[in-house]
Design a protein around this ligand. Structure first.
Ligand code: SAH
Length: 242
């Protein structure tokens, strides 16, 4: 998976991806991250990347020309177009489903806005997708792009080690994940549930499924509307509701 990032602050992408899951995936050659300085594609003497907005008003907008040129520079001649994602609070909200969809791609370009955002023609004519990381406004698209890179990279086959798994992660199953415990079995008088140490795999699975349903019911009942549920799940949820 290859990420091209268009940013005014390429150095921001160094240390967050030097370690952890993405760091390892990069070392294994599964993921690569190319942060490009948009300013390189500004040709005037001052390397201008922003300008006043037509119609007046406070704040600056990112000019379209350096952004178009930057995207064009990563397209190999004759190769098919790379999906271009504009990071924007007005985009579709990032969910695990969207992350799974992006993980199917070989290559994406991520545009990080700054100031008041980007010229509308970037949104209309350059971006093929627009993604928001939530209903709040950041100072720039860099942290949002990093969220996309990290969430997508861990789904690239081979990125997670054999002891890690994305399979029963929250949202992947449509539910929140069950509570988890590790040693010591008793800590400051608080015992981990005995069932987890029973060695009875069927019972453990049943307990995990139920706790996952309970958590989701308590914290994110909205997820239950679209989660795949069995008859047994539904019966358990009905009990919770009583
Ligand atoms: N004036 C714009 C916000 C600009 S914030 C508006 O009201 O819609 C500056 C840049 O930060 C944006 O261009 C975008 O790239 C990034 N950004 C801010 N909030 C974001 C969010 N929730 N998700 C993704 N990117 C965001």
């Amino acid at each position: 998976m290859r990420f091209h990032v268009l940013t005014l602050f390429p150095a921001m992408f160094e240390s967050p991806f030097a370690e952890g899951v993405v760091g390892r995936a990069r070392d294994k050659g599964l993921v690569s991250i190319h942060a490009m300085d948009i300013r390189t594609f500004a040709h005037d003497r001052h390397r201008t990347v922003d300008d006043y907005q037509f119609g007046g008003g406070p704040g600056m907008l990112m000019k379209p020309d350096p952004l178009f040129e930057a995207v064009e520079s990563v397209r190999q001649p004759g190769a098919k177009d790379i999906p271009v994602i504009l990071m924007s609070p007005q985009g579709r909200v990032l969910t695990q489903r969207v992350v799974e969809e992006l993980a199917e791609l070989d290559e994406i370009a991520l545009i990080c806005g700054r100031y008041e955002g980007v010229d509308e023609r970037v949104r209309q004519r350059l971006a093929t997708d627009e993604i928001s990381v939530g209903d709040y406004v950041l100072g720039g698209g860099e942290l949002a792009a990093m969220v996309v890179i990290e969430a997508v990279s861990r789904l690239v086959p081979g990125a997670l080690g054999s002891f890690e798994s994305a399979q029963d992660d929250s949202f992947t199953t449509g539910l929140l994940q069950h509570p988890q415990y590790t040693r010591p079995a008793e800590f400051r008088g608080w015992r981990a549930p005995d069932v987890l140490m029973s060695g009875n795999h069927a019972e453990i699975e049943r307990w995990r499924r139920r706790e996952s349903l309970r958590r989701t019911y308590e914290r994110r009942p909205d997820l239950l509307e679209s989660a795949p549920l069995t008859e047994e799940d539904r019966a358990f949820l009905a009990e919770l509701g009583e």
